[in-house]
Design a protein around this ligand. Structure first.
Ligand code: MN
Length: 424
């Protein structure tokens, strides 16, 4: 077992019950405050840990890091050190903040420099994302979409059970939680019109997804096997992969998603490491037909992560519209990474790969409004008496995720995004 995952560990920093950030989590992110420039942080309970200060004060000795790995507005330099170094760093932080360790605990002056109340902190983009890939790996989601738009009897396209289908997305428009987005504009082709029209998207939607970020991969031409995949994945966050359904419908043939997807994707700001998620790994679904040899895998690569989505209208209460779980994925991250690199495509440090919309088997677990409202035919009743088919201006969409087992709860916090009207 990874030392830092021990359920019996507790911290000298107070952790509220139901916190996503007990000592067994130790995620990584980028923060700033009014006084402090953007830098690397971790988190316990309601405190952010300033890793630059910890380094300067000498608590991160005998690890392969330099001050420039912490005094930087992205996790990339830290991640450049790879799996072992970042695992060792997490274990060191766990040790420093454990109840039975007095090194930092007893130095009040140092503690006040290192721990910052989370209310004083602004969380920023954790990673400078080079390339963003979006998969389509939930069978229930692909089946729902195929049923709606094609043929209920042949909902899955012939390649779906053979290939972890994906496309190259847009990295520049990935934004952290708290960044508002504007309703996108674009071409739409109403069924009753002969020609397309131009204007603000009318069918704005969220997609509930999880994303993972990678360490440096192998050189161009080499492939990463499912067996090796875990060594190349740093950690995960929640992603709201915004979609403009009406723009998507008109533009996607024959080359797939483009402007309907590239205007924004929002992520939760803490990267929870694969080490921290290890206790929550589970067996995946039986894959039938049997997959090709390069997609076969051993061990557990699926994860039990509880997920939920809420819509918060302006000046009203939040309504939870989806309760789901990452365990509903058909294709896992090891298969996605193996498939992505099987042609020799080089994966780089800071690449982000998303799951595709995560839908479960029941309507209450569908991961997009497209499915929840079944193309707008089943409006959702909101707590304030209004209803939603898609997302309206001034709505805030909130996604949360956490794992729980053996009395330990570790989570991702949330990604919340307010939708502003289209720009003139
Ligand atoms: Mn997506």
């Amino acid at each position: 077992m990874i030392k830092a995952n021990d359920p019996s560990l507790s911290s000298w920093v107070e952790v509220p019950s139901n916190s996503d950030f007990p000592i067994q989590n130790i995620p990584f992110g980028i923060f700033k405050t009014e006084q402090l420039s953007p830098r690397v942080g971790s988190r316990i309970g309601d405190y952010v840990i300033d890793l630059k200060s910890l380094f300067v004060l000498g608590y991160l000795k005998n690890l392969p890091f330099q001050i420039s790995d912490f005094d930087t507005p992205a996790l990339n330099s830290l991640m450049k050190h790879g799996k072992k170094a970042t695992s060792d760093l997490r274990n060191r932080l766990s040790k420093l903040f454990s109840n039975d360790n007095n090194d930092l605990k007893n130095n009040e002056h140092h503690v006040s420099q290192v721990l910052i109340d989370v209310t004083e902190v602004e969380m920023l983009m954790p990673v400078q994302v080079g390339d963003y890939t979006d998969f389509y790996s939930s069978r229930d989601h692909a089946t729902n979409v195929g049923t709606m738009f094609r043929d209920p009897n042949n909902a899955l396209l012939p390649n779906w059970l053979w290939i972890p289908v994906g496309y190259h997305g847009r990295a520049s428009s990935i934004v952290p939680s708290g960044t508002p987005i504007h309703r996108p504009k674009g071409q739409q082709k109403p069924a009753e019109d002969a020609d397309p029209i131009f204007g603000p998207c009318k069918l704005l939607d969220f997609e509930l997804e999880m994303a993972f970020v990678t360490f440096d991969g192998k050189p161009l031409g080499d492939s990463i096997s499912t067996q090796e995949a875990k060594d190349y994945i740093f950690g995960m966050c929640i992603m709201n992969d915004w979609s403009a359904r009406d723009i998507q419908k008109w533009e996607y043939v024959p080359l797939g998603p483009f402007l309907a997807k590239s205007f924004a994707s929002s992520i939760s700001p803490w990267i929870v490491t694969m080490d921290a998620l290890e206790p929550f790994s589970i067996e995946g679904p039986k894959q039938e037909p049997e997959v090709l040899p390069y997609l076969k895998y051993e061990g557990n690569h699926h994860y039990d992560i509880h997920l939920e989505v809420g819509i918060l209208p302006e000046k009203a209460e939040e309504t939870v519209v989806c309760v789901s779980n990452y365990k509903h994925m058909y294709w896992n991250m090891a298969q996605q990474l193996a498939h992505h690199s099987v042609n020799g495509c080089n994966i780089r440090c800071g690449d982000m790969m998303a799951s595709g919309t995560i839908s479960g088997p029941t309507p209450s677990s569908f991961g997009s409004m497209l499915e929840i409202s079944w193309r707008g035919t089943k409006p959702v009743a909101m707590k304030d008496g209004s209803e939603r088919k898609f997302i309206q201006d001034h709505d805030t969409v909130v996604m949360r995720g956490h794992c729980e087992k053996n009395g330990v709860r570790i989570g991702f916090g949330e990604v919340e995004t307010k939708v502003l009207p289209a720009k003139d």
